[in-house]
Design a protein around this ligand. Structure first.
Ligand code: 3PG
Length: 384
């Protein structure tokens, strides 16, 4: 695989696919970690006097329709603050080309506004390829997606290479996979149930115990109990039972519930068996927190992906706060990954207490499962 650091980029148009999919609330970026981890890549490209074109997705726009709240404009403003001396422009309509000078940066609007992006459309991939002389894949966190700007484009460029962040992530994750110290505990939460659920089986093979929260836990619980309006994936009930039979999954025994998904909703602690039809689980409960902390204290390797509840709402934050702090205080080798996980680490200022933080969520889990990612195989075909 060619690495960006080994290429002569002077006066070349390089299209860098980054993962700048950061949480934004009311136009404010609430965690800049993913952008910050991409800054060394931009600095290297500037040092090499490249014409720098940056592409990323943000969120999941419906039917490729423009949504202001999913615009990368706030990311553009942030980049301008980081690089005040550099000419940076933000372009909305770019698929038919534009001019760019060496040593300047163009940030492209959210690639998921482009029709065909998610389906890895050939025509769109060709258009991305035409924008550049060299394609740099640096979006580790989106490297599990076979989409036009992450994968398809590699088929139509003369040179595609790995960016510094992608290389660093792979190097570190390989280290962890080699020989984890036992017991190894995985903590899996979050709302993206369908992406993660299929990966749990392989994860269970390498982990000794799995603690679950969020939509993942709800999906397991829904296979045995009624859980009212809680977020879960109905189609995974059979698979949930099969995985639960491994006896490695520890489910919450109580939870914090509310009647509506709202920041002002008060939280009530209830046993799982007591949840009513009009309630929804939004955090793990007090006893579950205690049980989970006990297990975490005993672990020697911890793999963490996803919050344990709706940590964005202060009333439903306790489970995620206590568990994340227990991970940070543990002497185990801890690896955390995923956009929301990074936001939690930022919120509770635990950055220096986690052994390794990956920018990837689904990609991180998929890499652990397959020891590779689809685009890596494509990148391997290129040589200098
Ligand atoms: C992530 O947040 O995990 C990545 O940015 C990928 O986003 P996606 O799950 O919407 O493809």
């Amino acid at each position: 695989m060619i690495e960006m650091k080994d290429l002569n980029l002077s006066n070349k148009r390089i299209l860098i696919r980054m993962d700048l999919n950061v949480p934004i609330q009311n136009k404010i970026i609430t965690s800049t970690e993913r952008i910050d981890k991409s800054i060394p890549t931009i600095k290297l490209a500037l040092k090499k006097n490249a014409k720098i074109i940056i592409a990323s997705h943000l969120g999941r726009p419906k039917n490729y329709t423009y949504e202001k709240k999913l615009s990368l404009y706030p990311v553009y403003l942030y980049l301008k603050k980081i690089f005040p001396q550099i000419n940076i422009t933000f372009i909305k309509n770019y698929l038919n080309g534009f001019n760019i000078k060496s040593g300047t940066i163009v940030l492209l609007e959210n690639v998921r506004f482009n029709k065909g992006e998610k389906e890895n459309c050939i025509e769109l991939s060709k258009k991305y390829a035409k924008l550049c002389d060299i394609f740099v894949m640096d979006a580790f966190a989106t490297a599990h997606r076979i989409e036009s700007s992450t994968y398809g484009v590699c088929n139509f460029v003369d040179i595609a290479c790995a960016g510094p962040l992608l290389s660093l992530e792979i190097k570190n994750l390989k280290k962890i996979l080699k020989k984890p110290k036992r017991p190894m505990i995985s903590i899996i939460g979050g709302a993206k149930v369908s992406t993660k659920f299929n990966l749990l089986e392989s994860l269970l093979k390498i982990t000794d115990l799995m603690i679950v929260g969020g939509g993942i836990a709800n999906t397991f619980i829904s296979a045995y109990h009624s859980i009212g309006n809680s977020l879960h994936e109905k189609n995974f009930k059979i698979q949930a039972k099969k995985l639960y039979a491994s006896k490695k999954i520890i489910l919450p025994i109580d939870s914090r519930v509310g009647k509506s998904y709202s920041i002002t909703e008060p939280s009530i602690n209830k046993l799982i068996s007591e949840i009513s039809e009009n309630e929804e689980i939004m955090d793990i409960g007090d006893q579950s927190i205690k049980n989970y902390i006990k297990l975490i204290k005993n672990a020697r390797t911890i793999l963490w992906n996803g919050p344990l509840g709706v940590f964005e709402f202060p009333n439903f934050r306790r489970g995620t706060e206590k568990i994340s702090k227990a991970i940070a205080e543990s002497t185990a080798f801890s690896v955390a990954g995923g956009g929301d996980t990074i936001a939690v680490i930022d919120l509770f200022q635990l950055k220096n207490k986690i052994s390794y933080i990956s920018t990837g969520g689904g990609a991180f889990l998929q890499f652990i499962e397959n020891k590779t990612l689809p685009v890596l195989k494509l990148l391997d075909k290129f040589s200098i």
